[in-house]
Design a protein. Structure first.
Length: 393
């Protein structure tokens, strides 16, 4: 049986190119459709040019080679930072259902020479904030709160200066509440265990930096306050709420709230650069960053998170729209939203003693880029270059 295709081989080549811009599977489908391929090993284009099975395989091979070249280029990008001794960690790049790169670089533990791998767990720093924002929106979906509500509705003893501060202001860093990590005594308090109540007490009576909603200024205090509200409104600890409502439903088995005392298998040690090479990072008690920066995860689990969040498995569509709509300074709810080289990017980076991270999602391209580093350094810069490479830029 012959299959007659309306266009000539140019259509097949075009289909291969179009498929290459998506997943490898999409390329196969595109070429097969354009070629009119069937289970037969031969098709006829315009009844005169034979399109053999071997030619079909050739087109798919071209796509595969292109994929391999993209992966090699991305690997070279990361290796350049490894060679410069500015990066150790794990990266993952995925487009649609296809993982383009998933690889560990350098050591998870330098003293024992244990290498990083896709299963290595890293502190996330401020990448934590999107999980806190999602928790607030989950509570809103359940009728427990509204983001337009004043904070004082759930915290009656809040200072008078907070009267006009809404949960929305706190989510978008427009509350005016100063960030406690910028206080003069912050470094002195880092090593000591605390509670959410004591954390809030550190900044609740400080003067506001500006009237609520008037300006933007990044505030770790705000996201600590949101975690405090999650606990107060849900009746659960922040760690338990995130575990039961996000990590467990998404099968994120390698994610959790970090601990200084628990044994956490495959957890990376954190390092800081020095003139003599990496040194062990300073100590911070993980009760300090709380809901602003205390979670840990792996690159593979964060891919599950991105697919779940943007695939409608975590929030309702209206909630996700709110979470990803920027208010001021290209900042939405725990996420930055901007455009790079014509591509929309939804991302957040993180930094904490010994770790720098970056998690980016390109919604129009279904592209996820994860960079988790256990050496303080340019994770965001690496993530940006990996995204550009994956888009052929």
């Amino acid at each position: 049986m012959e299959v007659v295709v309306a266009e000539d081989l140019v259509a097949v080549v075009a289909a291969a190119a179009a498929g290459a811009a998506g997943t490898a599977e999409a390329a196969v489908v595109a070429v097969a459709a354009a070629a009119g391929a069937t289970t037969n090993r031969t098709a006829t284009v315009r009844g005169s040019v034979p399109l053999t099975f071997q030619r079909f395989v050739l087109f798919i091979s071209i796509v595969a080679v292109s994929r391999a070249q993209d992966t090699a280029r991305m690997d070279q990008i990361v290796q350049s930072y490894v060679s410069a001794k500015t990066f150790m960690g794990t990266v993952l790049v995925a487009r649609g259902g296809e993982v383009l790169l998933s690889k560990g670089y350098g050591m998870a533990n330098l003293e024992w020479e244990i290498p990083n791998s896709p299963s290595t767990k890293f502190r996330l720093g401020s990448v934590t904030k999107q999980f806190t924002a999602a928790s607030i929106l989950l509570l809103q979906e359940r009728g427990k709160l509204k983001v337009e509500d004043p904070v004082k509705k759930y915290m009656p003893d809040a200072p008078a200066a907070w009267d006009k501060i809404t949960i929305f202001h706190v989510l978008t860093h427009t509350s005016g509440i100063p960030s406690f990590t910028g206080f003069a005594d912050y470094k002195q308090t880092e090593p000591f265990e605390t509670t959410p109540e004591k954390l809030v007490a550190r900044f609740r009576d400080k003067p506001l930096e500006f009237a609520p909603g008037e300006k933007w200024n990044y505030s770790n205090s705000g996201y600590v306050l949101l975690g405090y509200l999650v606990e107060k409104i849900s009746g659960q600890s922040y760690a338990t709420f995130v575990q039961e409502n996000i990590f467990t439903p998404l099968d994120m088995k390698d994610s959790g709230y970090d601990s200084n005392s628990k044994i956490i298998p495959h957890r990376a040690s954190g390092y800081t650069p020095s003139k003599d090479g990496p040194v062990n990072a300073g100590f911070i008690h993980m009760s300090i960053p709380f809901s602003a920066g205390s979670l840990y995860s792996t690159t593979e689990d964060l891919l599950k998170w991105e697919r779940g969040l943007f695939g409608g498995k975590v929030l309702q569509a209206a909630s996700l729209q709110k979470m990803t709509t920027p208010f001021k300074h290209d900042y939405a709810f725990g996420l930055g939203v901007h455009t790079t080289a014509g591509h929309k990017v939804i991302e957040h980076n993180g930094g904490i003693e010994g770790f720098n991270t970056d998690l980016a999602y390109y919604p129009d391209d279904q592209l996820t880029v994860v960079v988790l580093g256990n050496l303080n350094g340019p994770a965001g810069e690496i993530g940006e270059k990996l995204g550009a490479a994956a888009l052929g830029q």
